[in-house]
Structures are given as structure tokens and as C-alpha cells.
Write a protein that binds this ligand. Structure first.
Ligand SMILES: [Zn+2]
Ligand SMILES: [Zn+2]
Length: 270
């Protein structure tokens, strides 16, 4: 049996269907093979009922083809545990679609919960910008707490994305962080250290702007909680299939964070 290592696993990757990534499932796995991968999850941005927000996600009509491409990759690369996933927005009226159709009828392996949007005053606002007011940060942390409570999601993607909006750590960011971490601990929901963020950090370093995420103070605070982390590349192009995973693992180890094992994530041995 293969010895599992967090450096040989990626559970966050995309395909051309989301309109801001390239390549298909098999292209990612082909690239990942060079790194000795043993587990590879394809997790493109989910289509939403009514094709909402479809400028950055596949249309519903593409779901069959997406699922077929993953199944073909499973057959083409039997040496890799290829998992079928989707990265999901947690809109209340989509939960039955995720549960009944995606996990139910289609029998996908897992869903990622992501807070790309924050519910504020009856609107969904972009979580990548303007996360500076205490009210918006509270709305974001409340939303992420809901995600951690749901059994639909295997882990939470880039919980520290709010770090993109502020130049300096402050009490509001701290409160937001602790609320999310306490909920993740209470619900035993793993949190993702996102490799895409690490690659952006590298691009921005030395340019005098806040580095974004991973948000160091968030993950330092995480080491005071009983939480586990998942290290992912968030690949949007095949040559990034396993990019930044080692850096994510190193980041976690430096801070004394526990990386979730395959067992904890319910991933069966190959
Ligand atoms: Zn994306
Ligand atoms: Zn993603």
C-alpha cells in the first residue's frame, strides 16, 4: 500500500469549464504524475441552479461532460486515486442540489465549501474585495461558521481570503479569524491552506501591498485551536497541478498545524 503523504495529495483543481482555467481532468493528472501523486481531486467551480454567476463557473449543461471527463481520467490513470469533486458556494437554495443530485444521484466523492461571496444586507458581496468593515467581516465569519456546520463539505477553501482587503492586522480581522477557527474546531471541519494564494504572494512580494493569503496571523491563531488543515494547489492550469503543495505543507509544519490525514478526510486507501 502507498504511504500517504500530504505532499502527494491535491484536492483542489479546476478545468477549462469555469472560464478562467485551462485544461481538463486528465491534463492535470498527467502533470501531477511527475510529482509522485497518489490522490488527485478535481473540484471545479460548481454550476448553480439557474446558471447564476456563470461567468466564473461551468453552465449546468456542462455538468455531464465534466463528470464524464473525471470518470475517463479515473480509468486512464488507475495508479492515482482520482476523486470527483466540486467547489461550492453555500447558497441556501443550492444545498438540496448538492445533496440530492451531486452527492446523491451522481455520487461525487466530495464537495469543498467556499465563501467567495459574503451575504450582507440581502446581497451577496465579493469576499475578495472590501472586507474591511467590522460588519462585513462579521457577515463573512458567520457565513463560514455555517459552512463548517454543514456535513455537505469536506473542508473549507481559503478561509483567510478576507486577508486580501487589509494592509494591517487589526482587532476586526482577529475577531473574524477566531470566530472561524472556533467553529472549525467545534465542527471538526478541516481548513485549507491555499497554494494559489501562496503563488500570488510570491508575485506580489516587495510591492508594498498587503500580501493577501495565506494570512499569517490567521494561521498563527489556528495553532491555538484543535483544527486540521488541508494543503492544496488550487490549480487553474495543468502545469500548476501540484504547485505550491510543498510550500503549504512546510507552512503548516512551521506553525505546528496538523495536516488532516486521508483517514480523517474519509479518503479510502487505493
Ligand atoms: Zn477559480
Ligand atoms: Zn478554487
Amino acid at each position: 500500500m502507498t504511504v500517504s503523504s500530504p505532499c502527494r495529495r491535491n484536492l483542489h483543481s479546476h478545468t477549462f469549464r469555469c472560464k478562467h482555467a485551462s485544461g481538463d481532468a486528465a491534463d492535470y493528472i498527467r502533470h501531477a504524475l511527475n510529482t509522485g501523486v497518489d490522490t488527485y481531486g478535481i473540484s471545479d467551480h460548481t454550476p448553480l441552479p439557474g446558471d447564476r454567476y456563470n461567468s466564473h463557473r461551468m453552465d449546468m449543461v456542462e455538468l455531464d461532460d465534466y463528470h464524464r471527463a473525471i470518470k475517463e481520467a479515473q480509468q486512464a490513470f488507475p495508479e492515482v486515486r482520482v476523486l470527483a469533486g466540486l467547489e461550492c458556494e453555500d447558497f441556501d437554495d443550492c444545498r438540496s442540489f448538492y445533496e440530492d443530485e451531486i452527492l446523491g444521484q451522481r455520487n461525487f466523492d466530495y464537495l469543498i465549501g467556499a465563501g467567495h461571496f459574503t451575504p450582507l444586507r440581502d446581497q451577496w458581496e465579493d469576499s475578495y474585495f472590501g472586507m474591511t468593515s467590522a460588519a462585513k467581516l462579521r457577515a463573512y465569519s458567520d457565513h463560514l461558521c455555517d459552512l463548517t456546520e454543514s456535513s455537505l463539505y469536506l473542508f473549507i477553501a481559503h478561509p483567510d481570503v478576507f486577508g486580501l482587503s487589509s494592509e494591517h492586522w487589526n482587532e476586526d480581522l482577529k475577531a473574524c479569524s477566531h470566530d472561524i477557527l472556533a467553529a472549525a474546531e467545534a465542527n471538526q471541519k478541516p481548513l485549507e491552506i491555499n497554494g494559489g494564494g501562496i503563488r500570488q504572494l510570491a508575485q506580489r512580494s516587495g510591492k508594498g501591498v498587503h500580501p493577501g493569503f495565506p494570512l499569517r496571523e490567521f494561521w498563527e491563531a489556528a495553532s491555538d485551536y484543535q483544527v486540521t488543515v488541508v494543503c492544496n494547489s488550487d490549480a487553474h492550469q495543468p502545469d500548476h497541478a501540484m504547485a505550491s503543495i510543498k510550500e503549504c505543507v512546510q507552512y503548516a509544519e512551521e506553525l505546528g498545524l496538523t495536516i488532516a490525514s486521508d483517514e480523517q478526510l474519509g479518503i479510502k486507501p487505493i
